[in-house]
Design a protein around this ligand. Structure first.
Ligand code: GTR
Length: 424
């Protein structure tokens, strides 16, 4: 019996592609040797020696690689956006904040798509206008705080499996240090990422992507078609559009932060939208800050198989072929230059490859040098809780697991303070 089934078992494995799965590397000595593409060498071999060459020649080349082969192209369609203030509460967060809940209605002709934005605004505003940190959440605005007045996301009924019991109000509140942000004079804007694109491979049909002219539910996606990370990044830019219309917002102090898959999103949004003056990736790992060629922890083979709807279809062809990538993740970080970028890792988050995250910040630094800014200047990782605050590139690794902690928020605001309110 066993002998009859065994060949069947193996052929099933190879049909489904399992045969190509390698054991996950968690041991530094097993990281293969690799050569990173040099961020300052153009496709024709020319070396970039100044910021003009970077901006005019190399940066567009790098941008083209990420949009054509990793995240997909962001369509240029102008989608109509109507923002309606649904509720305002002036004594939230122990009286320290005003919370506004806004419906963002995206429309194209008769088709509409709604998303729910929440703004937590400090009541005490010594500078009058305040910086805003935009950070998507995973399970609804109501999940980030115990405040009973916060509305459920519109996507709640679309993928209820993403939310679990309705009792989840406040369940991720410890990840959202609104009080610290209020005390330090930072507003926080948040929205459930599922409201833009429900995070599932079958949910393009319920995403804001359906409003775009290229949308065709029956056609196969083009190799460079955007998928969910691209769509979430587009949504972040629409939030930035809205923030810029508000009188209390300091337009030059918009920050994009994201955790994990939303840390990947944050880097891609920050690469494309220069209004984000500080871009923060918290534990973003594979497809975020981590160097793909290291294949430590999660690999391109795993991520593109388990989450086929995150990246453009053509990215999958680099599964198990990292050395054929014409780019690597340090170049995604370099696209943010000369604006500020902060990368963070957690000690127990080997899946995200902490060293790979750190090395990206290090290898992006030569682009900052073109502008005369310091970044991460040594390839030696700092110890736990010893943040590196280069002029425009920051990094820390903290104790603990894959998460967002008050420590992370504190370092992010320290870094933002250095950008926004430099000591004379
Ligand atoms: C994991 C995924 C990671 C990371 C994480 C998250 O399952 O493998 O790439 O993005 O999810 O978003 O929490």
């Amino acid at each position: 019996m066993r002998n009859i089934l065994l060949p069947l078992f193996f052929s099933a494995l190879s049909i489904s592609g399992f045969a190509q799965q390698k054991p996950v590397i968690y041991d530094e000595s097993q990281v293969p040797s690799y050569e990173l593409p040099d961020v300052l060498t153009c496709n024709d071999g020319t070396k970039v020696t100044n910021k003009r060459m970077w901006e005019k020649k190399r940066r567009p080349e790098v941008m083209e690689m990420f949009q054509g082969q990793m995240f997909g192209r962001t369509p240029k369609d102008k989608i109509k956006v109507d923002c309606t203030l649904l509720q305002e509460k002036k004594d939230a967060v122990y009286g320290k904040a005003t919370i506004q809940q806004i419906q963002m209605r995206f429309s194209n002709g008769s088709k509409t798509h709604d998303a729910l934005l929440m703004l937590v605004i400090p009541n005490n505003r010594p500078h009058k206008k305040v910086p805003v940190i935009f950070c998507y959440n995973f399970k609804g605005n109501h999940n980030t705080t115990h405040d009973p007045s916060i509305l459920m996301p519109y996507s709640y009924d679309i993928i209820p499996s993403a939310y679990g019991e309705k009792g989840e109000r406040g369940l991720s509140a410890r990840r959202w240090d609104y009080e610290q942000a209020m005390d330090r004079g930072y507003a926080v804007a948040t929205m459930c990422y599922n409201d833009i694109y429900p995070d599932d491979k079958n949910e393009l049909k319920n995403s804001v992507g359906t409003l775009f002219s290229g949308y065709n539910p029956n056609a196969e996606l083009a190799p460079d078609s955007w998928q969910s990370i691209g769509t979430w990044a587009w949504g972040a830019s629409r939030v930035a559009d809205y923030l810029q219309t508000l009188p209390w917002v300091d337009k030059d102090k918009l920050v994009m932060m994201g955790h994990s898959r939303l840390g990947k999103t944050s880097l891609w949004a920050g690469a494309q939208d220069t209004r984000f003056k500080v871009v923060i990736s918290n534990d973003s790992g594979c497809g975020g800050a981590a160097i793909s060629r290291r294949t430590f922890g999660e690999t391109l083979e795993i991520i593109t198989r388990v989450f086929p709807h995150w990246f453009c279809p053509s990215f999958r062809r680099f599964a198990n072929k990292e050395n054929e990538l014409p780019f690597d993740q340090h170049e995604l970080i370099a696209l943010i230059a000369p604006r500020a970028v902060y990368v963070a890792s957690a000690e127990m988050d080997a899946w995200a490859d902490q060293k790979g995250e750190f090395l990206s910040a290090y290898h992006a630094t030569p682009v900052y040098h073109l502008y005369g800014f310091k970044g991460v200047e040594s390839d030696q990782m700092p110890g736990l809780h010893q943040p590196i605050m280069g002029e425009k590139v920051g990094y820390h690794i903290r104790q603990g697991v894959h998460d967002v902690t008050n420590y992370d928020w504190a370092r992010y605001m320290d870094f933002c303070d250095r950008q926004f309110y430099p000591k004379k």
